[in-house]
Design a protein around this ligand. Structure first.
Ligand code: GLN
Length: 549
């Protein structure tokens, strides 16, 4: 029988519930327990796949091809586990299931209501992952903030489960904010008191209160929170701001959050946390020996969450290389032939990001050309790879108007074209080529050196592909397809022969990078960038010495 931890949030959004949930899961996993995490989101979209990244950050794709909330990325990066569609449920999905059942006549003439029909469906899904005996502990993060109208049915479902389950099988962790008033030089507990009161009014009493705070909580403040919020003093947990999210499991360990849960669950079969690899990673992250500057070219750069998995993959790859990765965001819409060398001249590597639609693509193509001609390490992901193909077609193959039919349906040279299976698709949600597919790698290629394998699996999210009618022309001119899908022949990886590092991938390697298994293309890209930086510094060095004399 699995045990259940529900994580709710109060006071404000963006407190980092996902990181707290993932950190707790990490500690329990490190103590030898089988743990997974799921997220219940209150919005009415069936999944976040149709959401603009500006609204909700990146869409994280799982192995089984589910388009999910970006917090699932944190779960996978912390725990090195695969999540699935079952790990992310939205209000939209719940209602869709209930309404479909109603249409089938499954409710036998009953009036279909929020309680019990919607809450029953929520509870069914909350318990789903725990039913096969695969896990000891299931952590469920409830999206949104307590008090929101839309999260009410989820909190109600938690109330019912808390009431139905044995006391030692279920617990609620509430994350709140303790603001520091600079003028008064004081931490304030009132918002937390109110948020716990709100939660209690909805019938749920938290077992633990995790307090996000900029300043350390004194014993006095802890006692006050415990008294007013009706929890034991040891159940008031400090979550101080950390320099990196990867530090949070250690902060939670210091506060004994994991032990508190194990005590409540009467679990005694655990060992000291095994975090050797995690701590090694943190050490390398904190004390880098070198530094590189990578340009991230995209059109959503104002919002860091839009490229969350890419940024985290750089953190992992930087640590392996003992190298600090400094990311410079470059808005593709503002790159022109005239300003490209000024904008990209100080970079040690260039990553062209995934994306959709025509906005900003010409700037991306100019950036790729700069990287190709200046032997700057280049890494293109999905749309980024497609841009590299278009640039090569135009500038090297002389196909001046080559394009993707996504941007120009009438191009005479559709070097990137809609996949055959996509031609009849009209609905937007969940209809791309999604999830994990195999890729066979050419022996002796750079991709082969990077992966040290000839068969890999990576995750996808796209509708367009390399047009194989042009492949021979590309390969004869030096751009080779070093990875292909074994069944369809779809080009998964392209690379340039006469370049130190020029790799484009149709898949999303960033979705599989974890702290304990950094993604190999990112690792090699950073290595190439470091070498590029070293060479450049070696050229600069004599000049500097000369100047000093
Ligand atoms: N828009 C492109 C396609 O659908 C690329 C998608 C992406 O970058 N994820 O093929």
């Amino acid at each position: 029988m699995a045990k259940y931890i529900f994580v709710t949030g109060g006071v404000t959004s963006s407190l980092g519930k996902g990181i707290i949930a993932a950190s707790l899961a990490k500690l329990l996993q490190a103590r030898g327990l089988k743990v997974t995490i799921q997220k219940f989101d209150p919005y009415i979209n069936v999944d976040p796949g149709t959401l603009n990244p500006y609204e909700h950050g990146e869409c994280f794709v799982t192995e089984d091809g589910a388009e999910t909330d970006l917090d699932l990325g944190h779960y996978e990066r912390f725990l090195s586990i695969f999540t699935t569609q079952a790990n992310n449920v939205t209000t939209g999905r719940i209602y869709q299931t209930v309404i479909n059942k109603e249409r089938e006549g499954a409710y036998l003439g009953k009036t279909v209501q929020v309680i019990p029909h919607i809450t029953d469906e929520i509870k069914r899904r909350m318990l789903l992952l725990g039913q096969k005996g695969d896990y000891d502990i299931i952590i469920t993060e409830i999206g949104g903030t307590v008090g929101d109208i839309e999260s009410l049915p989820f909190v109600e479902a938690v109330r019912q489960l808390q009431w139905e389950m044995p006391e030692e099988d279920c617990m609620v962790v509430h994350l709140t904010l303790i603001p520091y008033l600079r003028a008064a030089k004081e931490l304030k507990t009132k918002p937390t008191q109110h948020s716990v009161k709100l939660l209690s009014q909805e019938g749920v009493h938290p077992d633990v209160i995790v307090c996000r705070t900029e300043e350390s909580l004194s014993q006095e403040i802890r006692s006050k929170i415990a008294l007013f919020c009706n929890v034991k003093k040891e159940a008031v947990i400090e979550a101080a701001d950390a320099s990196t999210i990867y530090e949070v499991p250690l902060l939670m360990m210091r506060e004994r959050l994991d032990l508190l849960c194990l005590k409540k669950f009467n679990i005694t079969n655990f060992h000291e946390p095994e975090l050797t690899k995690w701590k090694e990673f943190l050490d390398k992250l904190k004390y880098p020996k070198s530094k590189v500057t990578i340009g991230l070219i995209g059109k959503y750069i104002e919002l860091q969450d839009a490229y969350k998995s890419i940024l985290e993959s750089f953190v992992h790859a930087g640590a392996v290389n003992e190298c600090k990765v400094n990311i410079v965001n470059v808005h593709s819409e503002f790159i022109t032939d005239e300003n490209v060398s000024e904008k990209l001249g100080n970079l040690d590597g260039l990553l062209v990001a995934p994306g959709f639609g025509h906005r900003g693509v010409e700037g991306k193509i100019i950036a790729v050309k700069y990287a190709r001609q200046n032997k700057l390490p280049f890494f293109g992901i999905c749309l980024g790879m497609q841009m590299a193909v278009i640039e090569f077609a135009r500038d090297v193959l002389g196909l001046k108007d080559a394009h993707s039919t996504e941007m120009n349906i009438n191009t005479p040279d559709p070097v990137i074209d809609l996949m055959e299976g996509q031609k009849q698709v009209t609905a937007k949600g969940g209809t791309m080529r999604l999830g994990s597919y195999p890729c066979v790698i050419k022996e002796g290629s750079l991709a082969n050196e990077i992966y040290r394998a000839t068969e890999i699996n990576e995750r996808h999210r796209h509708r367009w592909e390399f047009n194989n009618a042009y492949l021979e022309q590309f390969e004869n001119a030096g751009m080779i397809a070093s990875g292909k899908n074994p069944e369809s022949g779809l080009v998964e990886i392209i690379e340039l022969k006469n370049h130190p590092f020029f790799v484009g991938v149709q898949y999303h390697p960033e979705l599989k990078s974890t702290v304990e298994n950094p993604q190999p293309v990112f690792v090699h890209f950073i290595k190439a960038a470091r070498e590029f930086a070293e060479k450049r510094n070696a050229i600069k060095a004599p000049v500097l010495q000369g100047e000093m004399i």
